[in-house]
Design a protein around this ligand. Structure first.
Ligand code: TLP
Length: 350
C-alpha cells in the first residue's frame, strides 16, 4: 500500500517542493558519470566550474543541501571555540540544529536581525571581540540573502560590500547563505556576482526556486574549497556518481534563473490580494521576491486552523508559529493558481 502523503495541488508551502523540469530529467538520464570522491565525475566538475564562474569565485563544491553547504563552510572557516557573528533569525542560527556548535564546536554570537534581513554595521563592529584570552576568537560574519524569516527580503551589493569591508578590516571572513541569492539578483536586476564579490564563501541552492531535485553549491577560493571538500567528506557527503544530480543542477543554472521574475510577480499578486482580506495583515514593502508572510487575526480561524482549511481545498501554506503564515511561489505555480488560491482564501475568510 502506498502511504506517501499527497501534496496539495497549489503547493505554496515552499519552493523546495518544486519538481525537476523535463529538460532536467533528460539531462540526468544521459549525464556522463564517474566517482566524484576521486574527482572523476565530469558532470559534477562541469557544474562546479559553472557555479564558481557564476559566483565570481575560484572554485566550487556540490553538496547535498543548503544545510550541508552552510555547515561545511563554517567548518572550513572556523576551528573549535571560534565565534561566528550571525543574525538571530538566520536559517543557520535557528533551522540547522545548531550543527556548527554540535559538530564543529563553533560558538554563535547572535545579533538582532533587522526587518529587512540585514545586521546593523554598528552591531557587527561592536560584536567583534578584542584579542583577549577570555574571549572566543571572532572568525566569521554570516549574512543571508535573500532572508527567509524576514520575508524574502534582499540585501544590496552596497550593503554586502560594507559588511565585507568591516569583516576584512578586522581579520574576519564573510559567508553568505545564498540559498535564494539568484532571487536577490533577479529582483535587483543585477549580476549575482555583485552580491558575492566581497564574500569569502557563498552557498546557493539548486533545489529551491531553481527546481533541481537535490543539491546546493558552495563557492569560494580554491584553498577554501579544498577545506570544504574535507569537511563534506567527514559529514558523509561524498557522493560518488553525483553527476546524476549535477546534470539537473546545470539545467537549473542555465535555464531557470531568469524565470524567477515570474515567481516574484506572482508573490506580489498574492500579497496584494491577501492584504485586502479580513483578518490578514502584511507589509507589502517586505514582499520583494518569492516569499509572502502574513499574520492572521480572525474571529473564526486561528492560523493553524486556516492552513488546515486551505489544505482541505488543495492549497498548501505553512504555519510558522503564532499567527504567522508563509506562502512561497515557484516553478509550477502560475498566475491562475494564485488567482484560484486567493479566491479560496477570500471564500474562507469573508
Ligand atoms: N529553508 C526551508 C526550511 O528549512 C525552512 C524552506 O522551506 O524555506 N538557508 C535558507 C535561507 C533556507 O531557507 C534553507 C531552507 C536552507 C538554508 C537549508 O536548505 P536545505 O533545506 O537544502 O538544507
Amino acid at each position: 500500500m502506498n502511504t506517501t502523503p499527497k501534496p496539495p495541488r497549489i503547493d505554496l508551502r515552499s519552493d523546495t517542493f518544486t519538481l525537476p523540469t523535463p529538460n532536467m530529467r533528460k539531462a540526468m538520464v544521459s549525464a556522463p558519470l564517474g566517482d566524484d570522491v576521486f574527482g572523476e565525475d565530469p558532470t559534477v566538475n562541469r557544474l562546479e566550474a559553472m557555479a564558481a564562474e557564476r559566483m565570481g569565485k575560484e572554485a566550487a563544491l556540490l553538496v547535498t543541501s543548503g544545510t550541508q553547504g552552510n555547515l561545511v563552510s563554517l567548518l572550513a572557516h572556523c576551528g573549535r571555540g571560534d565565534e561566528i557573528i550571525v543574525g538571530d533569525t538566520a536559517h543557520t542560527y535557528i533551522y540547522e540544529q545548531g550543527g556548527s556548535a554540535a559538530l564543529g564546536g563553533i560558538h554563535p554570537r547572535a545579533l538582532p536581525t533587522q526587518p529587512d534581513g540585514s545586521l546593523r554595521l554598528e552591531d557587527i563592529r561592536a560584536a567583534i571581540r578584542a584579542d583577549d584570552p577570555h574571549f572566543p576568537v571572532s572568525r566569521l560574519v554570516c549574512l543571508e540573502n535573500t532572508h527567509n524569516r524576514a520575508g524574502g527580503t534582499y540585501l544590496t551589493p552596497e550593503y554586502t560590500d560594507a559588511v565585507a569591508d568591516l569583516a576584512h578590516e578586522h581579520g574576519l571572513k564573510l559567508h553568505i547563505d545564498g540559498a535564494r541569492i539568484f532571487h536577490a539578483a533577479v529582483a535587483q536586476d543585477i549580476d549575482v556576482k555583485e552580491l558575492t564579490r566581497g564574500a569569502d564563501s557563498v552557498t546557493f541552492c539548486l533545489s529551491k526556486g531553481l527546481a533541481a531535485p537535490v543539491g546546493s553549491v558552495v563557492c569560494g577560493s580554491a584553498e577554501f574549497i579544498r577545506r570544504a571538500r574535507r569537511a563534506r567528506k567527514v559529514l558523509g557527503g561524498g557522493m560518488r556518481q553525483a553527476g546524476i544530480i549535477a546534470a539537473a543542477g546545470i539545467v537549473a543554472l542555465t535555464e531557470m534563473v531568469e524565470r524567477l521574475a515570474d515567481d516574484h510577480a506572482n508573490a506580489h499578486r498574492l500579497a496584494e490580494g491577501l492584504a485586502e482580506l479580513p483578518g490578514v495583515s502584511l507589509d507589502l514593502d517586505l514582499v520583494q521576491t518569492n516569499i509572502v508572510y502574513f499574520n492572521l487575526d480572525h474571529p473564526r480561524f486561528s492560523a493553524p486552523a486556516f492552513v488546515e482549511a486551505l489544505r482541505g481545498r488543495d492549497v498548501g501554506m505553512l504555519c510558522v508559529g503564532g499567527n504567522r503564515i508563509r506562502a512561497v511561489t515557484h516553478y509550477g505555480i502560475e498566475a491562475d493558481h494564485i488567482a484560484e488560491a486567493l479566491s479560496i482564501c477570500k471564500e474562507l475568510l469573508s
